[in-house]
Design a binder for this molecule. Structure first.
Ligand code: C5P
Length: 220
């Protein structure tokens, strides 16, 4: 019995994580934030003193990368070994280097295996998995595949609201640079065949959650 996989991709600031988390909570299903794993690896490489621009050094960190998703009641905490990095991986310093780590092919191969193992081990009836290449590479056969988008202006506004204390201009520039770098590795701006687009530009949080739940219901 495999769990139902709900694959959700989209650009930075599309609301993917918060929406996916809430959808999983309402269904009582599991949740996997794959971006958090790339961030945790970027954190681990930095903490190990590795130059994140050097692919070979990043690859050499994979053996000692002990990625664990939290067992807290909400299940969203991220640990590397015994260190809780849930907050540290959201720092702009990590956002600035994560794309370089994520474009290394050996990193992607390694993490995709980790993600598939987590999906297969899910004991609830389903799991919501979100990232950039879930609908196309990690789980292309998922029965529910969604591309969650929003206009660039709305995505920037949402992200600056999250990062209180950082300038909106700097946040916007970093978000654009990250999307540009990430788009060279995987296409998450255009829906692949069979993938349903949910555009949240004019939807508030609850309406977006409802729209995603409706796609899931329609697929069953
Ligand atoms: O989703 P989030 O913005 O936290 O992702 C952080 C980074 O992880 C992205 O900028 C991208 O470089 C990488 N990523 C990826 N593939 C995924 C999810 C995230 O390359 N499926």
């Amino acid at each position: 019995e495999y769990p139902v996989v709900v694959a959700i991709d989209g650009p930075a600031g599309s609301g993917k994580s918060s929406v996916s988390k809430e959808v999983a909570r309402r269904l009582g299903w599991g949740f996997l934030d794959t971006g958090a794993a790339y961030r945790a690896l970027a954190w681990h490489a930095s903490a190990s003193g590795v130059d994140t621009d050097d692919a070979a050094s990043v690859v050499s960190c994979l053996d000692s990368f002990d990625y664990r998703i939290g067992t807290d009641p909400h299940g969203y905490a991220v640990h590397v070994g015994d260190t809780d990095v849930t907050e540290a991986i959201r720092e702009p310093g990590i956002s600035a280097v994560v794309s370089a780590v994520a474009r290394v092919p050996e990193v992607r191969t390694h993490l995709i295996e980790v993600f598939r193992a987590i999906m297969a081990a899910e004991e609830r009836p389903g799991i919501v998995v979100e990232g950039r290449d879930i609908t196309t590479v990690v789980a292309p056969d998922a029965p529910v595949r969604i591309l969650l988008t929003a206009s660039e202006a709305v995505r920037m506004a949402r992200r600056s609201a999250e990062l209180v204390g950082h300038s909106a201009a700097a946040t916007g520039a970093q978000l654009r640079a990250r999307d540009a770098a990430d788009s060279k590795v995987v296409d998450f701006m255009n829906a692949a065949e069979g993938v349903t687009t949910v555009d949240s530009t004019d939807l508030d949080f609850d309406a977006t959650v409802e729209a995603v739940l409706a796609v899931i219901r329609d697929a069953q």
